[in-house]
Design a protein around this ligand. Sequence first.
Ligand code: HSE
Length: 309
Amino acid sequence: MDSIKIFAPATVANVACGFDIFGLAVDNPGDEVIVSKRNDNQVVIKEITGDEGKLTYDSSKNTVTVPIIKYLQKIGSGQGFDIVLNKKMPLGSGLGSSSASSVAGVFAANELLGKPLNTKDLLPFAMEGERVACGSAHADNVAPALLGGFVVIRSYAPLDIFQIKTPENLYVSIVHPDIEVNTKDARHILKNEVSMKKAISQMGNVAGMVAGLMSSDFDLIGRSMVDLIIEPIRSILIPQFFEVKMAAEEAGALGCSISGAGPSIFAFSEGREKAEKVIVAMKNEFTRVGINTNTFVSSINNLGPKILD
Ligand code: HSE
């Protein structure tokens, strides 16, 4: 096999209470990457579509190529690749756009080389793509994009991640308002310290979320969708945030919070029908004030990257 086309999914990081430690993959949107073998050892970006000219063609700086280059160095391969990156989701959206590209690229390269590494072992390389994108190699987007499902990062040093089972009937409604939030900036505005009182509440919610997901206790999931640390600060970057949150909850969502660094907002619902109702209510709050949106409704994607061709 000399060429392969891979889809890697968008992700919702943080999932309300789990800043940098929770992430989940959704079915759509996602990025597509075509990787083809070259006859030399260069890694070259041939084409990028869907980015409105915003992404660099410099392989040492693009989130799709940096993980591939690090991966090739690690396994000691002299194989070169041509890359075509089709961005199928908005940049700076809070949906793990850079992670989807990183994961698709390194997953494709590993496939073309006959899978010398297990999928899980590709994670540190994909995380390097995040470092390029926003200066921090967090794993809560790349891990679910790579492995699918709902991922918990128990520790970063050493890296220790695990997946938890989620209820089949759990649906995610995502609204992406047409504004851009730079992840680096959205991390920069956060405080370095947290009070004991807030830490205790947040830990309770993290534990509640894990237990709720694993036992399909939808009420407990909803009660645990509380973020006392990040949401109060980042919500100022998102116009209409509290209106959208209230509308989602009034329409029957279990809970609602910022997706990743924002500006996308996500809600959990029990069942697709409810999730479809919720997304209409969320979208309406942006439409009312003249902000365009993209919307997505999805169950949790347990597959991760998919081979398309
Ligand atoms: N956990 C990260 C953050 C996800 O919230 O900054 C965004 O990439």
